[in-house]
Design a protein around this ligand. Structure first.
Ligand code: 5AD
Ligand code: SF4
Length: 471
C-alpha cells in the first residue's frame, strides 16, 4: 500500500509553522508523508489563526474550496486545527459538513488516534480539550535533514497578558514554558541534522520560565549559546514591559545572539496603549530602545502596529508616526484594527471608520518605507556577516551575473542580502548553505540588499557593521 499523503495549509504566525511541523511529525509513524501538491492529498489539514478576521476568512474560504475535492474523492479526509478550531469546535462541523476532524491547539499529540477513529469508524471527531501541561512532540523525534538551515521552535505556549484587542489568551489557554532541558536537547538534535540558526518562539518569550520557576529567558539563551555547531540564535516575540536588564545585556554578551529584536509597540499614544492594556507608556518604550542601542549600537529593531484601534484620534495616530520617526525601525508590520468578538475591545465605543483606518495605514506604511530605505542605504559600504541560505532567485540580478553564481542569505540584523561571488573567487567554488561568509554591501533596496562576497568565512564574533572587516 502506498504511503498516505498529507497536505498542510498553514495560516498565520511562525508558531503555527512550528505546530504544522509537529502535526507532520505526529502523523508520520502512521504512514502519512507530507506533500506540497494539494491534488494528491489523502488528508488535508488547515492550521488556522484567529488573531484577525482576515486570517479567519482565509481559512474558511480555503475549507470551502475543499468541498468540491471531497465530492470528487469521498475518501479524502479534511481536518481543521489551530486557534479557529479551538474557538469554534463543533460549530465548524455544522458550518462546513465536508470537515471530518476538528482539533484544538492542545490536541496535536492525540492526532494519530483522532485520524484513526475517523478512518476506521467513519465518524467525525472534535477534540478541543485543553491540557494542563505542555504538549511535547519535539521536532527532534525522528528528525531528518531536509536541507533547512534555519528552524523555529516554540519555547512557551499561550499568553496571560490580556491585551484588550487580542484573542490569544482566550483561545490558547494559560501560558506555559517548556523545560529548558527539552529545548536544549531539541536544538542539539536539530544542529546534528544540519540546522545552523534557531528562532525561539512564544507570544511573549521575555517572561519565559517566570511562572514555573524555571531559569529566566536570558539564562536559557546563555545555554543555547553554548551549543556547538549552532551559528545563530533569534527569538520572537517580546513584550516591552517584560524586557529585563539581563535580556538586554545578553545582546552585548552572547556571540550567537543576533542583534535584532522584534518589539511590538502597537501605538505611540499613551491613552491608546492604556485602552489596549499594554501596561507601558511610549516613554518606557523609548527608554528601552535607548538602552538596547547603548548595549549594541547596530541592533535592528522591528515592531507591530495596530491602526484604528477604537477611540484612536488623529492626534493619537500622529503620536504613533512621531514614535516611528524617533525610533527609526528597520521594518514594521502594521495591521488594521479588527474586531474579535471574544476580545473586550470589540465592545469599546468610538470605532474608527474603515476608510479612515485604510488611509492611516497607507500613511504609516509610506512613513516607514522612507525610514527603511534610509536605514538600508546606511548599510552600503559596510561589511556584513551573512549566513548563506541558498541560491538567489530574485529578479534584477542579471547585471551581476558575470560575477559568477548568485547567493542569498541574511545579515545578523535579519536583512536579506543577495550577493555574487566576486571576480577574485573561483566561480566553481560553491558556497554551502548554512555557511557564514563576509559580504560587502553595495546596493540598498526597499526589502533587500545587494553585495559582493569578500571572504568565505566570517571573522569570529563578527559584529556586522563597519568594524566587522577590521576584526
Ligand atoms: N486587530 C488587528 N491586529 C491585531 N493584532 C492582534 N490582534 C489584533 C486585532 N484584533 C496584531 C498585533 C500583534 C500581531 C501579532 O497581530 O499587532 O502584535
Ligand atoms: Fe495577545 Fe497581548 Fe499576549 Fe501578544 S501580549 S499574544 S497581543 S495578549
Amino acid at each position: 500500500m502506498r504511503n498516505q499523503r498529507l497536505y498542510i495549509n498553514t495560516i498565520g504566525c511562525q508558531m503555527n509553522v512550528y505546530d504544522s511541523d509537529r502535526i507532520a511529525r505526529a502523523l508520520e509513524p502512521g504512514g502519512y508523508q507530507q506533500t506540497h501538491v494539494l491534488d494528491e492529498a489523502d488528508l488535508v489539514i488547515v492550521n488556522t489563526c484567529a488573531i484577525r478576521a482576515k486570517a479567519e476568512q482565509k481559512a474558511f474560504s480555503f475549507i470551502g474550496r475543499l468541498a468540491r475535492m471531497k465530492r470528487q474523492n469521498p475518501d479524502l479526509l479534511i481536518g481543521v486545527g489551530g486557534c479557529v478550531a479551538q474557538q469554534e469546535g463543533e460549530a465548524i462541523l455544522s458550518r462546513m459538513p465536508q470537515v471530518d476532524l476538528v482539533f484544538g491547539t492542545h490536541a496535536i499529540p492525540r492526532l494519530p488516534q483522532i485520524v484513526n477513529q475517523v478512518k476506521t469508524r467513519r465518524i467525525k471527531v472534535v477534540d478541543v480539550e485543553q491540557s494542563d501541561g505542555i504538549d511535547e512532540i519535539d521536532l527532534a523525534a525522528g528528525f531528518h535533514d531536509d536541507g533547512q538551515v534555519s528552524r523555529c521552535l516554540t519555547i512557551r505556549q499561550c499568553c496571560d497578558n490580556y491585551c484588550t484587542y487580542c484573542v490569544v489568551p482566550y483561545v490558547r489557554g494559560a501560558e506555559m514554558s517548556r523545560h529548558p532541558d527539552r529545548i536544549l536537547s531539541e536544538i542539539e538534535t536539530l544542529v546534528r541534522g544540519g540546522v545552523r540558526e534557531v528562532t525561539l518562539l512564544g507570544q511573549n518569550v521575555n517572561s519565559y520560565g517566570r511562572k514555573e520557576g524555571l531559569p529566566s529567558f536570558a539564562e536559557l539563551l546563555e545555554r543555547v549559546n553554548g551549543i556547538e555547531g549552532l551559528h545563530r540564535i533569534r527569538f520572537t516575540t517580546s513584550h516591552p514591559k517584560d524586557l529585563s536588564d539581563d535580556l538586554m545585556e545578553a545582546f552585548g554578551q552572547l556571540r550567537k545572539l543576533c542583534p535584532h529584536i522584534h518589539l511590538p509597540v502597537q501605538s505611540g499614544s499613551d491613552q491608546i496603549l492604556k485602552r489596549m492594556n499594554r501596561r507601558y507608556t511610549h516613554q518606557l518604550y523609548l527608554d528601552r530602545i535607548e538602552r538596547l542601542r547603548s548595549i549594541r549600537s547596530d541592533i535592528a529593531v522591528t515592531s507591530d502596529f495596530i491602526v484604528g484601534f477604537p477611540g484612536e484620534s488623529r492626534e493619537d495616530f500622529e503620536a504613533t508616526l512621531a514614535l516611528m520617526e524617533t525610533v527609526a525601525f528597520d521594518s514594521v508590520f502594521a495591521f488594521m484594527y479588527s474586531d474579535r468578538k471574544i476580545a473586550p475591545a470589540s465592545h469599546f465605543k468610538n470605532k474608527v471608520n474603515e476608510d479612515e483606518i485604510k488611509k492611516r495605514l497607507q500613511e504609516l506604511l509610506s512613513t516607514q518605507e522612507t525610514i527603511t530605505m534610509r536605514k538600508n542605504r546606511a548599510l552600503v559600504g559596510t561589511f556584513q556577516e551573512v549566513m548563506v541560505e541558498g541560491n538567489s532567485t530574485r529578479p534584477g540580478l542579471a547585471e551581476a551575473i558575470d560575477d559568477g553564481p548568485q547567493w542569498s542569505g541574511r545579515t545578523p540584523g535579519n536583512k536579506i542580502v543577495n550577493f555574487n561571488m566576486g571576480r577574485k573567487v573561483d566561480p566553481e567554488d560553491a558556497l554551502s548553505v548554512g555557511q557564514l561568509v563576509e559580504v560587502r554591501i553595495e546596493k540598498a533596496y526597499a526589502h533587500s540588499l545587494r553585495g559582493g562576497l569578500v571572504r568565505k568565512e566570517a571573522p569570529t564574533g563578527c559584529p556586522g557593521g563597519k568594524d566587522c572587516h577590521a576584526a
